[in-house]
Design a protein. Structure first.
Lengths: 316, 184
């Protein structure tokens, strides 16, 4: 694997292989020495033009567990605020000998540009670009579902036949875009639901179906309900009348929580707006995988970094 | 040149039986014994040795004293060649204070064993570490030797040793081949 930019076009075998490697990486967390020497001497740069806690810390922990050197870069307090371009930043990193760049950027396509421009020779992992893709989040979601379903017997499996309902702000969500394609590749049946104002204009080419009523979608008995965050920082217009109305129609409240089937998982990519798209009861219930998702994030990102940075022979 | 079979299924069984006795002899019984196979083919070999030992020493629990130790992440050639997919590591219980016997099919450069020793030290501190291999083909690149050897098989560097085991390949033999096959 040279770069990890999107889940669109990621093959099933490749995705399952990454998830299997993540299983091995997860074992390291249970050991006395939580470190592997696989990426010793490699340099991983976390290039974050947007705020993040979870993803940046997760990538940092992943790189460090594989013994790579980590350089954290956030746009705030850097020369970017003096007007430095992405190209100049990339060339600075190239001059410092970065082997992999983990990039989060507000503009959709920025990681793609970084990977294909020739400014830098490092492998690029997309850690979220604008309203486009967030592949490692989708991979950790898939890993979490597979782990809940099959436990220790997860290796080599896909998510065939699993019914996944993704609810909320689909329009601004790169997580939804990455999830829809990856879960479809792994064999799951995906339904997206949200108010029409928060759905993309045209979803006809998306490998999923659309529902405009949360309660109707819930009555179909999904195996996984994934609640998305209302991304107020990307909302420069009004997409729904009031937060109270949104919470009532589209929030996973206690009443809807009670209607879920026996083993239905509740997922959320975080950070959560408790009381808006998800109630505290749902977020803290035994169905909730929110904390598993964070823990699994490190394993999945270790697997991605390992695949990116080992095996020169694959790049020929 | 067609592959030349140097060990048949019965030879492999006899070798493993002798290795099992030697392990018990050097350990003065089966106390604190932990057999760790190195994937891929070391794992079924370790399991077989464990089951032979449990036949000799009735107090020996084969499943609780046998596991797999993946060394992929500890290799010194990760940046070169193709990306290697790791295998699961399964170590029953604690390695601290045990007598670990690493089990592999072919001992060649010694680099896999070096990686295994590093992997082992990240899991804990065994009292003793020993090495059992089915075939020792020579050409060591590191100061490593096996304590228990099924068969010494002097070979040329361009030759390839193929080990097939029932559990993984459906047939069983050790063959020596002139033409290099797919990398293992």
């Amino acid at each position: 694997m040279r770069h990890l930019l999107t889940t669109v076009g990621l093959g099933r075998d490749e995705a399952v292989r990454l998830l299997d490697i993540a299983e091995d990486m997860a074992q390291v967390a249970d050991r006395e020495v939580k470190k592997l020497p696989a990426l010793r001497g490699k340099t991983v740069v976390n290039l974050f033009f947007e705020d993040s806690t979870r993803t940046r810390i997760s990538f940092e922990a992943a790189a460090k567990r594989l013994s790579a050197d980590v350089i954290n870069f956030s746009a705030k307090g850097s020369s970017v605020s003096k007007g430095e371009s992405l190209k100049d930043t990339a060339q600075t990193l190239a001059a410092m000998g970065a082997d992999a760049v983990v990039v989060r950027h507000g503009a959709s396509g920025a990681p793609q540009t970084l990977a294909t421009s020739g400014w830098i020779d490092a492998g690029v992992i997309n850690a979220g670009d604008g309203m486009h893709q967030h592949p490692t989040q989708a991979l950790l979601d898939a890993f979490t579902m597979r782990k809940r379903l099959f436990g220790g017997d997860s290796r080599g499996r896909g998510l065939d036949g699993l019914r996944v309902l993704i609810v909320g702000d689909i329009l601004h969500s790169r997580v939804a875009r990455s999830d829809v394609w990856l879960l479809d590749t792994l064999g799951a049946e995906v339904v997206i639901a949200g108010p029409p104002t928060l759905l993309p204009v045209d979803t006809s080419h998306w490998p999923c179906t659309v529902d405009l009523d949360f309660d109707h979608a819930l009555s179909a008995g999904p195996d996984v309900v994934m609640m998305l965050r209302i991304q107020s920082e990307r909302m420069h217009a009004s997409f729904f009348p009031t937060t109270r109305e949104y919470a009532r129609r589209w929030g996973l409240d206690e009443d809807r929580l009670a209607r879920l089937g026996g083993d239905t998982m509740v997922m959320h990519p975080g950070p959560m707006n408790r009381g808006l798209e998800i109630s505290a009861a749902a977020a803290d219930s035994a169905r909730s995988t929110v904390r598993d998702q964070v823990a699994n994030g490190v394993s999945v990102r270790m697997a991605a970094l390992y695949l990116l940075l080992s095996g020169e022979g694959d790049r020929a | 040149m067609p592959p030349r079979i140097v060990m048949q299924s019965a030879d492999i069984s006899r070798a493993l039986r002798r290795i099992s006795h030697e392990i018990l002899e050097s350990n003065r019984g089966s106390d604190g014994l932990l057999l760790l196979g190195i994937p891929t083919r070391g794992v079924p070999l370790a399991r077989r040795i464990a089951s032979v030992i449990s036949g000799i020493e009735p107090g020996f629990d084969a499943t609780a004293s046998c596991g797999a130790l993946d060394v992929t992440m500890y290799r010194d050639d990760l940046a070169r060649g193709r990306t290697r997919t790791p295998s699961p590591t399964r170590v029953p219980g604690d390695v601290d204070g045990t007598t670990v016997v690493l089990v592999d099919d072919v001992l060649y450069s010694g680099r896999t064993v070096r990686a295994a020793l590093d992997a082992l030290s990240d899991l804990g501190r065994p009292r003793v570490v020993r090495l059992a291999v089915l075939v020792d083909r020579g050409h060591r690149e590191l100061p490593i030797r096996a304590d228990f050897v099924g068969k010494n098989l002097p070979s040329a560097v361009h030759e390839r040793i193929n080990v097939h085991l029932d559990e993984l390949d459906g047939d069983e033999f050790v063959a020596i081949d002139d033409a290099p096959e797919a990398e293992n």
